[in-house]
Ligand binder design. Structure first.
Ligand SMILES: NC(=O)c1ccc[n+]([C@@H]2O[C@H](COP(=O)([O-])OP(=O)(O)OC[C@H]3O[C@@H](n4cnc5c(N)ncnc54)[C@H](O)[C@@H]3O)[C@@H](O)[C@H]2O)c1
Ligand SMILES: [Zn+2]
Length: 344
């Protein structure tokens, strides 16, 4: 099994872990960043003496400079110094933005992320990417910096809305497909409702950690984490304009089927392997039956950050548990794979 990151503790007693970090660091002030949901469902489990509570509104639309200003103002009014600590208690929005706000306040104070969604536990908290959205561009302003500590307690997921929970499962499936065939075999053996989370979450974290540790600033290997995301982001953007919005993990689930079909066309997956992926995703996620064609999502694909002068680049499976990046694919192949998904 791959290694967990050194800065991460998995525990069903997050308060105890936090207390020992506080004893070690002796911060002069402590704040906890929450949104209305994590304030109600998660904060009661952290027994910390007299923290400043900074409450922001949940939602991606609030992951912006205005909310950071509110965080910085509260820290300033509460006389936080370079010896103070910020605890980010929430999903990826709180972790990315709280980490960014802490890293820039007085050139950086200590921060601990306590991720409370499945997506943030296995994905957003690992790899040191922090940031906010700017000018309608996602994660446009930010930096690479690791939290001083991450505490993962799968118990927080009990209050998570089932659709959000399942969306995070998309990234768990992705980690297995790109890097760990054994994990894929385990996943396949059960349906979503019967998965063993206390085993799956640490394993999924270690897969992401193994990939980002080899490529901390995204120059190469880290691109394999984009499997399912080229088509997925385009589909996500398209459905954003309709009344049937998709959650990120749902769009990625579709992306993994379509890009799995591209791998099949390349001769890198067998028919059976492709069908396994397709069947598992269709059984476990609630997805639209038909997809828009390339004439509709083509423009979104052209905007993908991974493209270069050669065209649209993908990260594609080369067998289950293996992934290649910077694979250039023709529009004709993309169209064929989109049609394969939409086939009744
Ligand atoms: N830094 C990275 O490497 C990285 C990777 C992937 C995604 N992200 C970012 O993560 C964000 C998405 O994160 P997310 O999917 O966790 O969404 P999110 O942070 O918006 O949380 C989803 C919803 O669940 C609620 N919630 C969180 N924990 C809860 C709990 N335990 N019980 C009840 N409700 C709870 C939140 O209030 C919110 O309404 C995006 O902004 C994305 O850009 C970052
Ligand atoms: Zn993703």
């Amino acid at each position: 099994m791959d290694q967990l990151p050194p800065y991460l503790t998995i525990s069903d007693q997050p308060s105890d872990v936090l207390k020992s970090l506080i004893e070690k660091w002796e911060p002069d002030h402590i704040a906890i960043l929450v949104d209305e949901n994590t304030k109600e469902s998660c904060l009661p489990r952290l027994a910390i003496q007299n923290p400043v509570i900074i409450e922001i509104q949940s939602g991606e639309e609030n992951k912006n400079l205005k909310t950071c200003e509110k965080i910085w103002s509260t820290l300033t009014e509460s006389q936080f110094t370079r010896k103070s600590l910020l605890i980010n208690l929430g999903g990826g929005v709180i972790g990315d933005m709280g980490g960014f706000a802490a890293s820039t306040y007085k050139r950086g104070i200590k921060f601990v992320n306590i991720p409370t969604t499945l997506l943030s536990q296995v994905d957003a908290s690992i790899g040191g990417k922090l940031g906010i959205d700017f000018d309608h561009l996602k994660n446009h302003i930010g930096l690479f910096k690791y939290p001083d500590h991450v505490i993962v307690d799968p118990g927080f997921l009990r209050t998570l809305n089932p659709r959000e929970f399942k969306s995070g499962f998309g990234e768990v499936v992705k980690h297995a497909l790109i890097h760990d065939q054994t994990q894929w075999e385990k996943l396949k053996a059960s349906e979503f409702e019967n998965q063993n989370w206390s085993e799956l979450i640490p394993q999924s974290i270690s897969i992401k950690n193994a990939v980002v540790s080899e490529d901390p600033t995204e120059n190469g290997l880290r691109k394999i984490l984009n499997y399912g995301h080229t088509i997925g982001h385009a589909i996500e953007s398209h459905f954003l304009m309709t009344s049937d919005k998709l959650l990120h993990g749902e769009a990625i689930a579709i992306g993994m089927i379509v890009e799995g079909h591209l791998s099949l066309q390349k001769g890198w997956l067998t028919d059976n392997e492709y069908l396994e992926i397709n069947d598992f995703i269709i059984t476990n996620f609630t997805l639209p039956e038909r997809l828009p064609g390339i004439e509709v999502i083509g423009d979104y694909l052209l905007q993908d950050k991974k493209n270069d002068s050669r065209g649209i680049n993908f990260s594609l499976l080369n067998g289950i548990g293996k992934c290649e990046f910077d694979v250039s694919v023709s529009p004709e192949m993309i169209e064929k794979s989109l049609l394969a998904y939409s086939k009744p």
